[in-house]
Design a protein around this ligand. Structure first.
Ligand code: HEM
Length: 501
């Protein structure tokens, strides 16, 4: 018996190996179509183990070996990773129609009613169209953005006053915390007409971003879902509950104010969603649309802008030369006897370069928001199967492009943009902080304005030093990876007042 079994063993092992190889061989090798090059994966998990804690860096490393259109498998899901401007153009412009869907990620499905909002709904769905149209008409167009200039001024002045107080006592300030709160308040005022901090959304949004950005093993190997190996599902439930409570409270408050005739001044964005009488029945938003859209806008607005400002100030503190040059530009254009105004911003060319250079080195969403292909397609001679996850590695593209042809790709040098007309909203596919194409960020104009305004106020109003004993070269620049990737540690600095006001 033992003899029979031992002679059968190699045959059984052979059958098992054949089965595994067959099971994990990409569909195209069975159909003889040529997939993009990529690293060999393991059975069951594919290449998941190669992503590490900072997937944008790991994927950049792999793309150096396998090229700008790279194929991986995450569990059973095909994934295509894009790492050069010309490849990004193929996906985001030439074949935008095919690549403008979003994958159904478990985190998104658990945290929000994704198909009812904008950011994660299928493209061209009635829900995506109407929530996008409504947001642009009621919040994100130039006239609406301009109408909130007073809100921005009021909140920025309050921030500067508290930094001035800290400066007079020689205190260290937590710039990350302060900027985060400012963005939170401005966003609240635009969306809900109130700047109350009681909602504590910044923390909830941060957690949601971390969960949506995480490579959740159960998205790729579905039989592992009940084990919740990364402990993500518990956290998703908690975020959903917190978000539902906050959004429910905001909506109830607006309905109550309307019933009791407490509404003062203009209608805010939530009022418009709830009570607008000018919308056609096709454009009207139901309760689920309202909740999901609010979630998308809160998620889209807060962490992205705050992170960009945090990285900009961190790089300027690491580069006193660039900080001084920006301050000189502000002194020359604004002077020291008044504060920066929004109308000054278009004149500030060095500021523009600083903002671009930060977006190149630290795009707030380093892998953008994932896309999914809606049909089989051939690109550059490579076959990309339908329902492939498509990741645009904006972090890698900033480093691999013609704007930094040599050794300085990791250095903060705003001057590299002096004679370049590379555009910040992605037209050249070199800088892609807002993505591009149909799914491009609809809040780019507002986000960019907030980033430029706050950075210019901070640098114009104060001189900045690192806390005692720290030199610029020792600054901690570690990242906390998420859909939006912030500094892992808060940015602390000592201000001294710089103006003659
Ligand atoms: C400076 C700050 C911002 C950055 C860096 C940023 C970045 C992004 C990125 C990378 C995408 C995905 C684009 C793609 O798939 O190609 C996106 C989408 C989106 N952003 Fe922003 N964003 C910012 C500000 C805002 C603001 C202020 C809002 C709204 C108040 C907003 C709302 C959205 C929404 C709703 C989407 C989803 C669009 C869709 O899928 O159709 N973002 N953003």
């Amino acid at each position: 018996m033992f003899l029979i079994l031992s002679s059968l063993l190699p045959i059984l092992a052979g059958i098992l190996l054949w089965f595994i190889a067959r099971r994990w061989t990409p569909a195209s090798s069975k159909t003889h179509k040529k997939l993009p090059p990529g690293p060999r994966g393991l059975p069951i998990i594919g290449n998941l183990h190669m992503l590490g804690n900072t997937p944008h860096r790991a994927l950049n490393g792999l793309s150096k070996k396998y090229g700008p259109i790279m194929f991986l498998k995450l569990g059973s899901i095909p994934m295509v990773v894009i790492s050069s401007p010309s490849a990004a153009e193929l996906i985001l412009k030439t074949h935008d129609n095919v690549f403008s869907d979003r994958p159904r990620l478990d985190a998104v499905e658990h945290i929000t009613n994704s198909s009812k909002g904008m950011a994660f709904a299928p493209p061209y769905s009635p829900e995506w169209r109407k929530t996008k149209k409504f947001s642009i008409q009621q919040l994100l167009n130039s006239a609406k953005i301009e109408s909130f200039a007073g809100v921005r001024r009021e909140e920025v002045e309050a921030l500067l006053a508290s930094i001035k107080t800290a400066a007079s006592g020689g205190e260290v300030v937590d710039l990350s915390e302060m900027v985060g709160e400012l963005i939170e308040k401005v966003t609240y005022k635009m969306l809900f007409g109130s700047n109350e901090k009681k909602y504590g959304l910044k923390r909830i949004v941060h957690e949601a971003m971390a969960l949506i950005g995480a490579f959740n093993i159960a998205d790729y190997v579905s039989f592992l879902k009940p084990f919740d190996l990364q402990g993500l599902y518990k956290r998703m439930k908690a975020v959903r509950k917190a978000m539902d409570n906050v959004i429910g409270e905001i909506i109830n408050k607006h309905e109550e104010d309307a019933r009791n005739g407490n509404k003062k001044g203009n209608m805010d964005f939530v009022d418009m969603m709830l009570f607008s009488k000018t919308l056609s029945s096709a454009d009207k938003l139901d309760q689920e649309n309202i909740k999901s859209l609010l979630f998308d806008l809160i998620l889209g607005a807060i962490d992205t802008s705050y992170t960009w400002i945090e990285w900009t100030m961190a790089e300027l503190l690491r580069s006193p030369r660039a900080m001084r040059r920006l301050q000189e530009e502000l002194e020359a254009n604004v002077g020291l006897d008044r504060m920066v105004e929004e109308k000054d911003l278009p004149k500030l060319q060095y500021l523009e370069m600083v903002i671009k250079e930060t977006a190149r080195l630290h795009p707030p969403a380093p892998l953008l928001v994932p896309r999914e292909s809606m049909e089989d397609i051939e690109i550059n001679g490579y076959y990309i199967p339908k329902r492939s996850r498509v990741i645009i590695n904006a972090w890698a593209i900033g480093r691999n492009s013609s704007i930094c042809p040599n050794i300085n790709a990791d250095d903060f040098i705003p001057e590299r943009f002096i004679d370049s007309d590379v555009n910040i909203v992605g037209h050249d596919f070199v800088l892609l902080p807002f993505g591009y194409g149909k799914r491009m960020c609809p809040g780019a104009k507002l986000g960019l304005l907030n980033v430029k305004l706050i950075v210019s106020h901070l640098v114009h109003g104060f001189n900045w030093e690192l806390p005692k004993g720290k030199s610029p070269s020792e600054m901690d620049m570690d990242e906390a990876y998420g859909l939006v990737t912030a500094k892992s540690k808060h940015l602390l600095a000592i201000p001294s007042y710089h103006l003659l006001l």
